[in-house]
Structure formats: structure tokens, C-alpha cells
Design a protein around this ligand. Structure first.
Ligand code: SF4
Ligand code: SF4
Length: 122
């Protein structure tokens, strides 16, 4: 069954399925499930030996792999369960709160912006 959710934001309660059941199997890739996350896995590449244990355990297929090596985490789909951090034998993945991660991103973007601004006025 193809489930059309293109207007889901404007659905009334009558249009939702009973119990918010998802009637279409295998469709998680189509949704930004990363917005559910309250904790974010942070990968330290310098500690990683590319054993792929996190890839085996990740329930959301969010460990990104290229040429048989881990290359990052798909934050669009990662739900922040923390299984990868628990299973990693090298402790190369650390979980931090999503709010802390966003604050760090904002600070990094701010420092990049200020560098550009400083360069423009030099
Ligand atoms: S489990 Fe840890 S060491 Fe192994 S690939 Fe994942 S992050 Fe790297
Ligand atoms: S936190 Fe969970 S969903 Fe996200 S990459 Fe790790 S195991 Fe996968």
C-alpha cells in the first residue's frame, strides 16, 4: 500500500490512522527521523579503527560507509538511541545532548562568520 502523507501537516484527527499506526512497511528512509533525537552521537575519527561494529548494531542504518570505512553519521535519520556509542570498542562515539550539539554548531558558525567579517574589514 502506498501511503500518501504529502498533506499530513494539515490532517485532522480523522485522517490519521488509529493509534498513529504506519500502514506502509519499510518507509523510514523517506522521513527525517533525526528530528526525534534528543541525544547526538559525535564520532571521533582519530579513535576509530573502522571495525564496523557500530554499523552492525545501528537500528536506523545511519552509519555512513565508503570504501569499507566509516565516514560519518547520517543525522537526517539517526534517532540518537546511543547503541553505537555503547557498542564501539574504541569509545570513538560520544553522546551529547542535542541542545549542546546545536549550541556548539551555532558557536562554530558564529566564529566562521566573524572570521569572514574580520577579513572583509582588514
Ligand atoms: S564501532 Fe567504533 S571503532 Fe568501530 S567503526 Fe564504529 S566508531 Fe569506528
Ligand atoms: S545513535 Fe542510534 S541511530 Fe544514531 S547512529 Fe548511533 S546507533 Fe544509529
Amino acid at each position: 500500500m502506498k501511503w500518501d502523507t504529502s498533506r499530513i501537516q494539515s490532517w485532522s484527527w480523522r485522517e490519521h490512522t488509529p493509534g498513529a499506526m504506519v500502514p506502509e512497511a519499510g518507509n523510514a528512509a523517506e522521513y527525517q527521523t533525526g528530528t526525534w533525537r534528543t541525544e547526538r552521537p559525535i564520532w571521533d575519527e582519530s579513535l576509530c579503527n573502522h571495525c564496523m561494529i557500530c554499523w552492525v548494531f545501528c537500528p536506523d542504518s545511519s552509519i555512513l560507509v565508503k570504501d569499507e570505512k566509516m565516514v560519518g553519521i547520517d543525522y537526517y535519520h539517526c534517532k540518537g538511541c546511543g547503541i553505537c556509542a555503547v557498542e564501539c570498542p574504541r569509545k570513538a562515539i560520544d553522546m551529547i545532548s542535542e541542545s549542546e550539539a546545536r549550541a556548539q554548531e551555532a558557536a562554530a558558525e558564529g566564529s566562521e562568520t566573524s572570521k569572514v567579517t574580520e577579513a572583509a574589514h582588514a
